[in-house]
Structure formats: C-alpha cells, structure tokens
Design a protein around this ligand. Structure first.
Ligand code: 1PR
Length: 523
C-alpha cells in the first residue's frame, strides 16, 4: 500500500490512478498518523511553494514528514514535492522548506517561454534503479517555472536542458524526487513509478548519459464536446465553429473512447472543450466531470478542460466562483483549465480601469493552482482593414487580401463560441492575460477552424511575439506538412488539431513520424 500526501491543491487523482493502474492500493493522508505509519510515501506537489508550506504547517505535517524522510523508507516527491525538500524557494522568499537537502529553488531567468511546459529529456548523472527498463532517451512531462539547485552534486540524479542545464531529479538514499511528472509521462513515467513501487536489487538502467536534452514540440488532440439534440454527450467538430450538418450536431464519437485512442496513438496532451459551457453551467453539467474522471483512469498525459469557467449564480441564487468550478475540474483529473469568454470580459474590464482586481478567474485560479494551470482559449476572427493603423487594435500587414483588396487585418476576439465579436484584439488579449497570471495561450482561429487549409501563421506570429508564455497553435490542420509549417514559421510550442484526427484522415503517430528528424518530437 502506498500513502499519498495530498495537501489539497491540484490533481492528485492522476497520481492515484497511475499507482492504481500499476496494481497498488493508495491511501490519502488525512491525519499525521497516516504519514507516521506509511511504508512508502508519495508527495505530489502543485501550485505555489509558499501556500504548500503554509498548509503543511497548518496541518502539522512538517515533523512527521521530516521523520519519514530520515527513516530510510521509500519516498517519492513530484514537482513541488521535490522543491519542498530544499531549504527555501525564490517563489516564496520568506518561507522555509523542509531543509532535508541543502540547496534552494530558483526561477527560470532565460530567453525562452516560462513556464517550461512539455516533454523534455533527461541526462542521467549516477547509477540508480529509477530508470530500470528504460534506455534514458525517453521524454518526460514537465510543467514548472522554478528549478532546484542542490548544493551537493551527489544528490543529482538527472539534469535537463531548457535555456540552461537544470536538475530534473534527485536521489539520495531512500529519497527520490522528480521535477517531471511521472504520472503524466505516458509509459516512461509509469515505468519510473513502477521502479519506485517495486524496486529491483540490481541496476539495469544506463548509469550515466551525456547529452543536451531538447523540449519537444507538442501535438495536442482537441475534443469539442457538447450534448446533441437527443441529449447524448458527443465529440463534435465545427466548420468555422458551425457544428451542425443538415440540422444535427455532428457526432464524431464518445469523449472517453476518443481520448483513450489519442493517448494510445501518441498524443502529447488531450484538451476537452465543453463548447456550450458558456450557457450550461459546468457544475450542473456533471457529464463533463465524469468524462474527466473516467479519462484520467487510463490516460497518462496532461488533460486540459475548458468551457464555462467563470463566476455563476444558479437558479436558486447560489453563487459559485470560477475558482470553485476550476477546483471541481482539478479534483476530477484536469491538469489545466482553459478560459475563453470570461477572459475577454476580464480584459475589457482591465482595459477600462487599468487595474488588476485580484478577483478575476485568471488571477484567482493562477494564485491557487499556479500560472501553468491557466490556459486562455482565444477564438479570434480576421477583420480586414485598409490602413495599418486604426488607432485601436493591433493591425498587421497580411499576405492574404480582404474581400475588398484590404492588405491589413486585426484579429477580433469573440465570446460564446464565436457568436459575439468584441472590440478587443487577440494580441492585446494575450498580453493582458499573461499579465494577470495566465500560463499558456490556446490560439484558435475561426477563419481556419475545420477548413483543413493550414494554421494561420500570421495570427500565431502576432500573438507569439507579444507574450513570453507558451502558445498552442490551433485550427486548420489538414495534413502533416501543416504541423511542420507551423513549427518552421512560428515559435509556437505546440500544435492542436481536431477534425483530421476525429475523421481518421491522419493518425497522430503519422504526424509525429513526419515531423521526426525535422523538429524535436516525442516518439
Ligand atoms: O467561452 O470559456 O465557455 O469556453 C468555450 C470553449 O469552447 C472555448 O475554448 C471555445 O474555443 C470552444 N468553442 C466554443 N464553441 C465552439 C465551436 O466550435 N462552436 N470550439 C468551440 C472551438 C476550436 C478548437 C478546434 C480547433 C481545431 N473549437 O477547439 O478544436 O479549431 O480544429 P480543426 O483541427 O478541425 O481545424 P468558454
């Protein structure tokens, strides 16, 4: 039996599911004595270092945790569970860590997008059983803005490159801790967990590898989900956001089944968008919660969910905050939530007042779950204009002329699934959302959606150049070459597609095969 330390922030369901799928039972810590009596302890951390240490203190877990770490019994820390082992972190300068390992935690100060999100490799620095049955060339899923700096080189198990070479896992005696998320790293991650749960006496893994690792471009499968007219929850797909064909909602399959298929085919991430979430409140629309719960049972890559994340008052007058909605999604297995319509309204308000309120969904959710957990889904549409300056929007020169020969355009944000255009452009929206705490941009494009005509490179460059957080290029993929084009001509960190995967026009593995040797991908 494995004891899992859950301090209430983030997705422990995935870790639990991954351990269960390896045949172990899991007990969640609810009292100090659960830590004291544990034989094996797993500590997955998400969110903010300061709030994690505060909660551990409030629950009086610190003493028991330190005793466990010194006991010689197996301990696995994940992400913030790694940071906690050190003396302190730049993320919360006045807060003490457990101080079990000498050293500290620093923020990335590099010329690349931060957070470091995605699949990266490891260079093994010392012999261990942690990577038994692996060859050391696998990639693992990372999502973090801070990295550990151990004082003792002997503690370092692996390093990874991202703008600099940082320590991506440590191992000392009974203590193993990884910056990457084994529970989100597909088969390689499950193997690392298995090696922890069922350690072998002999080291069968590479004992040292010297290499510079590279972050892979991510290929994301997106499932637009809604109820059809018969009330069945289906994956649908729009044609420039129109999901009806001959009057009926297109039905391309069942969400849980498709997500599992994409995981097996090699998707680096799965995104669910509850596309009628703007009118159907998600906490009343429990099927989406159930979809997440079931998917996270056997899909071990990151899951994002969007649709309807905003404050809401139900018909009985009960108020729900966006944070409560998000919390329910995280508890059900989501790693990230995506905010669409509400982000536009928040940015409009910010542009009117120039003030951060601290109360918007973006600020509240990122404060509790970390910036990396907040994705902004933008649904822009091109507005062609004749001149480069309309005094209000970020206008770009376009290679594609408008209907009246206009050679300039701006990208109008929309809400309610493209039904309502607003007077704010996508570049401004992305910039302000980053300022408010968003960690990633999911950049759709209504003009390209479902057209198979390729990504809107001009849009992606305009937004990517305006922010320092990762951007997911979305809408328009029709063949493997389109993925290559978007990675060649833009700095987007990932590319998302829906229609070509749902219609089985091209499987994800084939896209990856085409990209292999052209751009870094996880295979
Ligand atoms: O506004 O916070 O409730 O979130 C609603 C979410 O639902 C938004 O993220 C919005 O993008 C999405 N959405 C709403 N209506 C639609 C629709 O299609 N009618 N889907 C919709 C947006 C775009 C992508 C699509 C790509 C790739 N779909 O998700 O998967 O365009 O498609 P392709 O590869 O087939 O071209 P809120």
């Amino acid at each position: 039996m494995v004891v899992l330390l859950d301090y209430g922030a983030g997705n422990v369901r995935s870790v639990t599911n991954a351990i269960k799928c390896l045949g172990e039972t899991v007990t969640i810590v609810s009292h100090i004595k659960d830590i004291q009596s544990a034989d094996k302890l797993v500590f997955p951390g998400v969110g903010n270092f300061g709030s994690m240490m505060r909660i551990l203190n409030e629950k009086n877990y610190i003493r028991a945790l330190k005793d466990f770490l010194k006991s010689g019994k197996p301990f696995l820390g994940i992400c913030l569970g790694l940071h906690a082992l050190f003396e302190g972190s730049d993320e919360a300068p006045n807060v003490k860590g457990l101080g079990i390992l000498p050293g500290t935690v620093k923020r990335f100060d590099i010329d690349l997008s931060v957070p470091h999100i995605g699949w990266n490799g490891i260079a093994i620095k010392k012999p261990s059983t942690t990577f038994n049955s692996l060859n050391g060339n696998e990639k693992f899923y990372f999502v973090h803005s801070y990295y550990v700096v151990p004082e003792n080189d002997d503690d370092i198990l692996t390093t990874t490159n991202y703008g600099l070479e940082f320590v991506s896992s440590v191992r000392t005696g009974n203590i193993t801790a990884t910056q990457f998320h084994p529970e989100k790293s597909g088969d390689a991650g499950l193997t690392v967990l298995k090696n922890f749960l069922d350690p072998s006496d002999s080291i069968e893994a590479p004992t040292y590898t010297l290499k510079e690792t590279r972050l892979a471009k991510r290929i994301i499968a997106c499932l637009d989900v809604r109820s059809n007219d018969r009330g069945d929850l289906v994956v649908t797909k729009g044609d420039q956001y129109d999901v009806r064909e001959n009057g009926d909602v297109r039905n391309l399959g069942k969400p849980v089944v498709l997500a599992r298929r994409y995981y097996q085919e090699g998707a680096d991430e799965i995104t669910f968008l509850n596309i009628t979430g703007f009118r159907d409140f998600p906490l009343e629309d429990m099927p989406m919660i159930e979809v997440l719960k079931q998917t996270s049972e056997n899909v071990f890559v990151p899951l994002t969910i969007g649709g309807g994340i905003r404050d809401y008052t139900d018909k009985n007058g009960r108020n729900y905050t966006a944070l409560e909605v998000a919390a329910e999604y995280f508890r059900s297995g989501a790693d990230k939530i995506s905010i669409g319509s509400d982000a536009v309204l928040i940015v409009e308000e910010f542009l009117r007042t120039g003030k951060k309120t601290g109360k918007s969904s973006i600020e509240q959710i990122s404060a509790v779950y970390g910036n990396q957990a907040v994705v902004i889904s933008i649904d822009p549409r091109r507005i062609y204009v004749a001149s480069p300056d309309d005094g209000k929007h970020n206008v770009i020169k376009s290679q594609i002329n408008g209907p009246n020969g206009e050679s300039y355009c701006w990208y109008q944000c929309t809400i309610k699934g493209g039904r309502e255009g607003r007077d704010v452009d996508a570049v401004t929206l992305a910039r302000v959302c980053e300022k408010l705490g968003a960690g990633e941009i999911l950049l759709n494009c209504i003009d390209r959606d479902g057209t198979n005509s390729g990504f809107d490179i001009e849009l992606i460059n305009a937004v990517k150049n305006a922010v320092s957080i990762p951007v997911i290029a979305s809408s328009g993929a029709g063949c493997a070459e389109h993925f290559y084009e978007v990675f060649l001509k833009t700095e987007a960190e990932s590319a998302l597609a829906a229609g070509i995967f749902h219609r089985k026009e091209i499987p994800i593995a084939k896209v990856k095969k085409y990209l292999y040797n052209r751009v870094e991908v996880r295979v």
